[in-house]
Every structure is written in structure tokens, then in C-alpha cells.
Design a protein around this ligand. Structure first.
Ligand code: MTE
Ligand code: MO
Length: 384
């Protein structure tokens, strides 16, 4: 059984697929704390979890002037300063279930919780590449940094992805070779012993169980870079799709969702108002600047209060422009409309480039159900 090394998992996780293991927490957990606890952080595995022994672990690096190098975990930890970055990770398929309501798509039927916010620590990818000879000569020829995981399919092919070189080497990119998540060594499901954390970039490029880095003029040749994780027109179907015609998803668009109340819950008509909670995040380091919430299907709007920290995590300064890697949790109390029997709660967020979410899923529907970021809508009853 290739799944012999699977770790034990938190019982609260809602399982989308067991082998490979894919699961998300109940959505309400997301707004309980600014940092998502690792145990309930969504798990997205394409292949069996590999068993990696830290003593024999080697990270290979290719494409730099000195030729191929290989470093151990203790070399990675001792040779390079440890940096900590708080970053939100979101799967390209988060909220795919909304697209499925328009028309069936291919993929795991994620709800709204294939997203989480964690504190990651490790070496800066930039520091490692510079140490092994990255410089103008390489920059003149290379455009991408490819990553290969140690997880393999039955044919021996490993998971792989790549990010643009400028993201990987820029000081403002904050890309980590992380060996800690939320202050502890990486859990097996999240890439033990080392994973890529590319803040602001789609989950798929944040390669776990990292085995090899290749600096190259080409993107990763892997299936997941070339023939998956790309967006298409609603008019494109499986007979006409040409994966070469679209770029690989890197930065994700503006996103928000309602975690409380949940669909189908009822609110007390004598309460006077309803408390609505959720998360908002945008890719590429764009900061969420506003979240609008409606309880009447979008006829009238209220501006939610944004929360960027909690007691355990309290940044002294807001992030520099273009480096807002973390989500904002939001909350608002909205007066119940007179004589309402049902509330249609809606949220939509705005980022620092004034990008907004589309109001419905049909115009952004695509055959893989990725980039699902329409206004999130939740219906609740008002009970007497
Ligand atoms: N890395 C490897 N090696 N194998 C994988 O299957 N899945 C990717 C990415 N990195 C994956 C991987 C995808 S699609 C996502 S969304 C994130 O890991 C999920 O990270 P998480 O499981 O830590 O939440
Ligand atoms: Mo993903």
C-alpha cells in the first residue's frame, strides 16, 4: 500500500478524499483564531504522504553556476538565518462547490475552508540561491524556479511546480524554504521536513516534502504546472480545452467568504441584529481594504470591521505595500430588516488595487472549477 506512511489526522476535518488525503475544517473554525491551528489547517495531497527521515534528507539544487549541490536539513538550518513569515495559503479549488452548482466541474468538491493562515519559519529561498551562486549571469538566462516534491505516483513521477524567478529571488517576495509551521516542525501532511512557502501565490506552487530546486529558463514540466491549475472561459469544455493556451495560475484573485452563520441556521427575530463573520484575502500581496456585507441579498450594504491580528499575533506595523500576505478576519453586527423571514447574507471584498469579486459564479465558471471567488451567499431563517 503506497499509503503506508499516512499520519493520523484531526477528527474535526471534513474529508473530501481519503487516498490521497484531502480535507478541510468546518468553516466556523477559520474565524475562531487569526492563526489557523496546524491540526485543522486544510490538507491537500495529490499523492501518498512520503516518509522522509530528517537524518538522511537531502535538498538538491540545480541550475546555478557551481553545478548541482545538495544540502542536509542541518545545513539548511545552520547556514541560513531563520525568517518567520505569516502567510495565508489558499487552494486554487477553494469554493469549487459553488461552481458545481452552476454546472458540474472536475475536481474535489471543496467548500469555503480550503484556506488557512499560518506562521512559517525557515531559510529564505533568496538567501539559499544567492549563497550557491545566483547572480546577474543566471538572471539573464533563467525565468523560473522549479520545485520537486518527494511524493511520487505509482510510475515514480513526483509532484512538481514552479514560480517566477523574480518572485523567488526578490527581497520583497518573502519566499521561504520552511521547516516550521506555527512554531513547531512541519507536520507530515504539510511537507515535513521542508516545504516552499511562496506568500501570495496559489497553494499548488507551495511544494511540500521539497526534494529538488531547479533554476531554469522553463516552467516546471509537471502535469500540475502544464495541464492543470489554469483558468479558462466558461465556453471551454473538455473537448476544446488547450492547456497550452493559458498561463499557470500564480497570484490568486480577491476572495472572501462567510463563516458564520452557516447556511440553514436560524437567527432569533427578537435578537435585534445578526452577527456575521468571515475571512478575506487577496493574492500577490494585495491588501484587503474593505469587506461589504448585506443581509438582503445585496440591496443594502454595510462595511465590516477588519481584524488583522489576535492576542498571540500582534504586528507592530501594517505590512509594506505589496507584501500583505495574510488574510483579514472580519465581523459585523447588522440590524435585522423589519419583518424579514429569511436573510440572504452576502459578502464581497475589495483589495488595494480596487479589485472586486464577481457577483455570481456563472460568468467565471471553468471546467476545473478553479478561481471560484464570486460573492459568497448564505441563507438563514429568522425564527420567532
Ligand atoms: N506539494 C507536494 N509535494 N504534493 C502535493 O500534492 N499539493 C499542493 C501544494 N503542495 C501538493 C504540494 C496544493 S494543490 C496545495 S493547495 C497545497 O500544497 C496545500 O498545502 P497544505 O496541504 O499544507 O494545506
Ligand atoms: Mo491546491
Amino acid at each position: 500500500d503506497p499509503y503506508f506512511a499516512e499520519p493520523t489526522r484531526h477528527p474535526a476535518l471534513q474529508i473530501n478524499s481519503l487516498k490521497p488525503f484531502n480535507a478541510e475544517p468546518p468553516a466556523s473554525i477559520l474565524t475562531d483564531s487569526y492563526i489557523t491551528p496546524s491540526a485543522v489547517f486544510f490538507k491537500r495531497n495529490h499523492l501518498p504522504v512520503p516518509r522522509v527521515v530528517s537524518e538522511t534528507y537531502k535538498l538538491e539544487i540545480e541550475g546555478l553556476p557551481g553545478g548541482a549541490v545538495s544540502l542536509t536539513l542541518s545545513e539548511l538550518k545552520s547556514r541560513f538565518p531563520k525568517h518567520t513569515v505569516t502567510a495565508t495559503l489558499q487552494c486554487a479549488g477553494n469554493r469549487r462547490s459553488d461552481m458545481n452548482k452552476v454546472k458540474q466541474v472536475k475536481g474535489l468538491n471543496w467548500g469555503i475552508a480550503a484556506i488557512g493562515n499560518a506562521t512559517w519559519s525557515g531559510a529564505r529561498l533568496r538567501d539559499v540561491l544567492l549563497y550557491y551562486g545566483f547572480g546577474p549571469d543566471v538572471a539573464a538566462k533563467a525565468r523560473h524556479v522549479q520545485f520537486e516534491g518527494l511524493d511520487r505516483d505509482v510510475t515514480g513521477t513526483s509532484y512538481g511546480a514552479s514560480i517566477p524567478l523574480n518572485k523567488a529571488v526578490s527581497e520583497e517576495g518573502d519566499v521561504l524554504l520552511a521547516y516550521e509551521m506555527n512554531g513547531e516542525e512541519l507536520p507530515a501532511d504539510h511537507g515535513y521536513p521542508v516545504r516552499v512557502v511562496a506568500p501570495g501565490i496559489v497553494g499548488a506552487r507551495n511544494v511540500k516534502w521539497l526534494g529538488r530546486i531547479v533554476v531554469s529558463d522553463e516552467e516546471s514540466k509537471s502535469h500540475w504546472q502544464q495541464n492543470d491549475y489554469k483558468g479558462f472561459s466558461p465556453g471551454t469544455d473538455w473537448d476544446t480545452v488547450d492547456f497550452k493556451s493559458a498561463p499557470a495560475i500564480q497570484e490568486l484573485p480577491i476572495q472572501s467568504a462567510i463563516t458564520h452563520p452557516a447556511e440553514g441556521m436560524s437567527v432569533d427575530c427578537y435578537a435585534g441584529d445578526v452577527t456575521v463573520k468571515g475571512y478575506a484575502w487577496s493574492g500577490g500581496g494585495r491588501e484587503v481594504i474593505r469587506v461589504d456585507v448585506s443581509v438582503d441579498g445585496g440591496n443594502t450594504w454595510h462595511v465590516a470591521k477588519l481584524r488583522t491580528s489576535d492576542k498571540e499575533h500582534n504586528p507592530a506595523l501594517p505590512p509594506p505595500p505589496g507584501r500583505a500576505w495574510t488574510w483579514k478576519l472580519w465581523e459585523i453586527e447588522i440590524p435585522l430588516p423589519d419583518k424579514a423571514q429569511e436573510l440572504q447574507i452576502v459578502c464581497k471584498a475589495v483589495d488595494s488595487s480596487y479589485n472586486v469579486q464577481p457577483d455570481s459564479s456563472a460568468p467565471i465558471w471553468n471546467l476545473r472549477g478553479v478561481l471560484s471567488n464570486a460573492w459568497h451567499r448564505v441563507k438563514v431563517k429568522v425564527s420567532e
